[in-house]
Design a protein around this ligand. Structure first.
Ligand code: FES
Length: 156
């Protein structure tokens, strides 16, 4: 006769049921943590850097030149030269140009106008315009650490 102090054996079906409940609980908890982290970019921003893009004569008005290694589009107008970052503000993918009409992000489908303004989400903001200056040797320098107002051209 079993004593009151002896535990009753747990049926195998109950053990499997409890294990299933634990697994479902862990999965739901992990999903909730994942959803809470989703709005935050998981890409660490690169440290800002300065790089030379060339002499002003290399960028006559009307020029639009991608500097692939730097992920920057250099735009030259009659009023000067500007640099637009090609890093998507959503999660940091590199956008590609859609002809002369703007940019498109391959990761989540954001679309940007020719000046980098958001045409379709999920990007929360426009592409950054970057500071352009001139080095002592006369060449143009783009500084990715310093954003400027969209539409700001460096006069040459
Ligand atoms: S990284 Fe998500 S839309 Fe560009």
């Amino acid at each position: 006769m079993p004593s009151r102090l002896d535990p009753e054996p747990v049926p195998r079906r109950d053990v499997l049921g409890l294990a299933g409940l634990w697994a479902a609980g862990v999965a739901i908890f992990g999903s909730i943590i994942g959803m809470l982290r989703l709005p935050k970019p998981s890409v660490l921003p690169e440290a800002g850097k300065r790089f030379r893009i060339g002499r002003p004569e290399e960028f006559p008005p009307g020029t639009k030149k991608v500097i692939p290694d730097q992920k920057v589009l250099v735009v030259a107008e009659a009023g000067g030269i500007a640099a637009i970052s090609m890093i998507c503000p959503h999660l940091g993918c590199v956008v590609s140009r859609i002809g002369d009409e703007g940019f498109s992000c391959p990761c989540h489908g954001s679309k940007f106008g020719r000046d980098g303004d958001v045409a379709a989400g999920p990007s929360p903001k426009a592409l950054s315009w970057l500071e352009v200056t001139r080095a002592v040797d006369g060449r143009l320098v783009v500084n990715t650490a310093r954003e400027v107002e969209p539409g700001t051209y460096y006069s040459v």
